[in-house]
Write a protein that binds this ligand. Structure first.
Ligand SMILES: C[S@@+](CC[C@H](N)C(=O)[O-])C[C@H]1O[C@@H](n2cnc3c(N)ncnc32)[C@H](O)[C@@H]1O
Length: 351
């Protein structure tokens, strides 16, 4: 393994506190993650992931990365530079032949009336069920277990109560309801075509698999795809590096957006996500998230004497004003005030 030293064991903040911090807009999470990522030297779990990269490269038939190694940080499994990296360097290339997608399912399951997340979750459930017999066993062993995941669908009622005022609360409830519906559809199909997978399968297992997809799969021409190794990269909201997909050359690639000294954790951006989305889908938040927003709702009735002026104002400041806006029956609409730099420069855009 490529590890240099181990991160001092940080005690994770209890989720209710984290939730409260989120609600109160206090950045308690600084105690576990600051805007500067913890610079720890990697020491991955030898028994778990030490041989993962050589295994993946054998499977891919090409080198995936010559400058990254797997380790652990406060963010869980992470990738570290194993030698100096310069901005513009290609730091990893994962060919599509070692991605996991819903194409790996029987057509009968693929055509099930469930979303792309649930389809890829079914692949994960199948591979996990196969254990050592799975072609993906070394990868499956590296995925976080249920207890390591903190997406809000795993929060207890008591914990959720603490974010009741936030839109994340309702979205979590809706998400769970959606998952329950998809679970019953999928379970029915699995019972028929993959009884060995559906045997003893519980809703919790399905939630775990869905959360894995949501927190580590990328959109692809096949719906969602898992990109092994690239999915060990953690998120930095300010990073410019993203996962690039070349459909023609059939590989995913990451180009470094800055120089890295050996032993530094390498981070990418998962996208322009607010803390609400990060919490809902990925189970974490970041301090001073420039993509944070709040939603406000207000009425602009046609009979309002200032209707025209308000409309003008909104049209001028909203990115996309809906045509519905001038229609009297649509008296309310959603707008998002984007809070940039801690409320200093708010501007309004249509949501
Ligand atoms: C694509 S995976 C990255 C690899 C992951 N750390 C692992 O252990 O496999 C995304 C997950 O990593 C963690 N993560 C990524 N970026 C993070 C950050 N900036 N702060 C805290 N956790 C982060 C979250 O648990 C998230 O759901």
């Amino acid at each position: 393994m490529f590890c240099l030293s181990r991160l001092p064991k940080l005690r994770p903040l209890p989720r209710p506190l984290l939730a409260a911090a989120h609600r109160l807009r206090i950045d308690l999470r600084c105690s576990i993650s600051s805007s500067a990522p913890p610079q720890v030297s990697p020491r991955g779990d030898e028994e778990e992931c030490g041989d993962f990269l050589p295994w993946l490269e054998r499977k891919a038939g090409v080198e995936v990365s010559s400058c990254l190694s797997i380790g652990k940080s406060a963010y869980g499994r992470s990738l570290f530079s194993s030698k100096a990296i310069r901005a513009g360097d290609s730091i990893l290339k994962v060919p599509f032949n070692v991605e996991i997608s819903p194409d790996d399912l029987l057509p009968e399951i693929r055509s099930c009336k469930v979303g792309n997340v649930a389809k890829l979750a079914a692949v994960i459930l199948k591979e996990l069920k196969m254990g050592q017999d799975s072609d993906w066993a070394p990868y499956m062993r590296c995925l976080p277990q249920r207890k390591e995941m903190h997406s809000t669908v795993f929060w207890s009622d008591e914990e959720l109560e603490m974010i009741k005022e936030s839109s994340v609360y309702q979205r979590t409830i809706d998400k769970k309801v959606g998952m329950e519906r998809e679970f019953s559809v999928l379970r029915h199909a699995l019972d028929r075509h993959f009884p060995e997978v559906s045997k003893d399968m519980e809703f919790e297992d399905f939630m775990h698999a869905c959360a894995l997809v949501e927190s580590r799969a990328w959109e692809s021409s096949k719906g969602y795809s898992l990109v092994p190794f690239a999915d060990f990269l953690n998120h930095d909201g300010l990073a410019k590096a993203v996962l690039l997909r070349d459909e023609q050359k059939q590989f995913s690639e990451v180009i470094a957006d800055r120089n890295y000294a050996p032993g530094e954790q390498v981070l990418i951006s998962y996208g322009k996500f607010s803390n609400a989305i990060l919490l809902l889908d990925f189970g974490f938040t970041i301090p001073h998230n420039i993509h944070d927003e709040v939603q406000i709702q207000f009425n602009v009735p046609l009979q309002d004497p200032l209707f025209k002026m308000k409309l003008y104002f909104l049209q001028r400041h909203c990115l996309q004003i809906t045509r519905k806006f001038g229609i009297s029956k649509c008296s309310a609409d959603n707008f998002t005030i984007k809070l940039v730099l801690m409320l200093y420069f708010p501007y309004i855009r249509c949501h």
